[in-house]
Ligand binder design. Structure first.
Ligand code: TQI
Ligand code: CA
Ligand code: ZN
Length: 493
């Protein structure tokens, strides 16, 4: 009875961590061999370490004072609405002995790093059984999408496995389904997930007595799975209503971003931000050796040689010390003057963006990069794509403009030039408005520059116009071309 109350009242339902299951057994044997006082203290210490981030002495900190235990005991007593005596009285020990959820009650930002997390970035998952509510391919897709929610904001990636020992084993089951925590029929518990760890750690089970859907009927599998995977990655519940990890189910729009900034901050506190995978990529031709799961993906096995003298670019932009060059589905990043150039598929760095970008520019002060394709543009900060694409007509372009050939931000002047066929427009980034009297003729204002501009970029005070395999270096003040080079020299060729 006590047991049920402890879990149900505060946590809706009990998620048992792998360590909590094995611990109950351990505790019993301890109880038999040692005197009660000693065993209560070690039980309490272990309990507070696990659930209240009581720091472990072994971490080389000053010896823990009885005072800090007292504080943690009080914190725990407050949570369970016991009288806040700060001492290990019978009532408190009773609650501690009650088998319970492996997720800490208060918060998990423990500086001693005792919160469970995966100590690797590639995590395998398997789907061991399905629900009859949805076609198997839909379940596959929803599970994959729910994992992508987390991999798009962290350095984690998820690889489907068909073996028995995947890290995250997804299953549907009803009532007793092979662990110590049976489901409860329709309603009540929807699903549970084990915190990261060996064996059952990470495993995620869905109650097949619920009605699962890909829409608004019953429970949306994508939403519930994304929430559960949060737990399987080590996240606890959130106190913010807008968070995916908030412990109540809300029918919400699943089309866009379902994470709150707090969800993102929490996963990044555990695993760090999404890295620029590029920097970690071996050369593309050896990729399949290192990343065998990429064999089935749509990585082209051959790519135009980067030192091809005919190489041209779709878009080029500088961001800080980096130069980003885009062509078809490829992205190259050159860091400063370093000869080492990183390369990869655009999509590896920028989720949801695949190929044939028309133009790009960056605002160094805000560290934003904008990518244009047709009449849409994306905002990118670091390796993250912000929100959904926006319409270029919001920037003030007339509806005759269907796509942009090139864009360049002029750092000192603070305006951005957009080149479209033989005209160019000037956008004031401070006023966030198109400047008056534009568009103007490119040939009038940029003598010597052809009107077939592929890409434009500003570097060291010069403008560079890419056109086919050639690049014109242009001095804006003198209004003249001061040099011509091959486009591939930008890749160090
Ligand atoms: N299942 C609970 C959940 O995952 C299991 C649980 C209860 C839990 N208390 C916990 C897990 C404390 C970790 C820590 O939250 S549930 C929702 C939501 C459930 C609930 O079946 O109640 C979702 C599963 F958030 F909508 F309420 C998924 Cl999305
Ligand atoms: Ca249920
Ligand atoms: Zn939850």
């Amino acid at each position: 009875m006590q047991q049920v109350r402890a879990c149900a009242a505060f946590l809706l339902l009990c998620v048992v961590s792998s360590s909590a299951v094995s611990k109950t057994k351990q505790e019993n044997t301890k109880e038999d061999s040692k005197d009660a006082g000693q065993s209560d203290l070690s039980l309490a210490t272990e309990y507070l370490e696990q659930f209240y981030s009581l720091e472990d002495e072994s971490a080389g900190r000053p010896k823990r004072s009885s005072d800090s235990i007292g504080t943690k005991v009080k914190e725990m007593q407050r949570f369970f609405r016991l009288s806040e005596t700060g001492s290990l009285d019978n009532e408190t020990i009773e609650v501690m002995k009650t088998p319970r959820c492996g997720i800490p009650d208060v918060h998990n930002y423990s500086p001693s790093g005792q919160q469970a997390r995966w100590h690797k970035s590639v995590i395998s998952y398997s789907i061991g059984s399905y629900t009859h509510d949805l076609p198997a391919s839909t379940v596959d897709h929803l599970i994959d999408s729910a994992l992508k929610v987390w991999s798009s904001v962290s350095p984690l990636s998820f690889v489907r496995s068909y073996s028995q020992n995947a890290d995250i084993r997804v299953q549907f089951g009803a009532y007793a389904h092979g662990d110590f925590v049976p489901f409860d029929g329709p309603g009540g518990t929807l699903a549970h997930a084990y915190s990261p760890g060996e064996g059952i750690g990470g495993d995620t089970h869905f109650d097949d007595d619920e009605t699962w859907s890909a829409g608004f009927q019953g429970f949306n599998l994508y939403l519930v799975a994304a929430h559960e995977f949060g737990h399987a990655l080590g996240l606890s519940h959130s106190r913010y209503e807008g968070s995916l990890m908030y412990p109540t189910y809300r029918k919400r729009n699943t089309a866009g971003n379902i994470l709150s900034s707090e969800d993102v901050a929490k996963i990044q506190a555990l695993y760090g931000p999404r890295r620029n995978l590029l920097y970690y990529f071996p050369r593309y031709d050896r990729r399949s050796l290192f990343y065998p799961w990429m064999l089935n993906s749509d990585v082209p096995q051959t790519r135009k040689e980067k030192c091809d003298p005919d190489l041209s670019f779709d878009a080029v932009t500088t961001l800080g010390q980096d130069v980003l060059l885009l062509k078809d589905r490829y992205l190259w990043i050159r860091h400063g003057q370093l000869p080492d150039i990183k390369e990869g598929l655009i999509n590896n760095f920028m989720p949801r963006i695949y190929s044939n970008i028309d133009a790009a520019y960056s605002l160094p002060r805000r560290k934003f990069t904008y990518l244009f394709k047709g009449s849409k543009y994306w905002t990118i900060k670091g390796p993250q794509v912000k929100g959904s694409p926006k319409s270029i007509y919001n920037l003030g372009f007339s509806h005759q403009v269907k796509q942009i050939d090139a864009a360049v931000h002029r750092n000192e002047a603070g305006n951005t030039l957009f080149f479209i066929k033989d005209l160019y427009w000037s956008y004031n980034e401070t006023a966030r408005a198109m400047e008056e009297f534009y568009p103007r003729n490119i040939t009038d204002d940029f003598p010597g520059i052809s009107t077939k501009i592929d890409a434009a970029v500003e570097k060291n005070g010069f403008l560079y116009f890419f056109s086919g395999s050639e690049v014109c270096k242009y001095d804006y003040k003198q209004k003249k071309v001061t040099g011509i080079e091959k486009a591939n020299t930008w890749l160090g060729c």
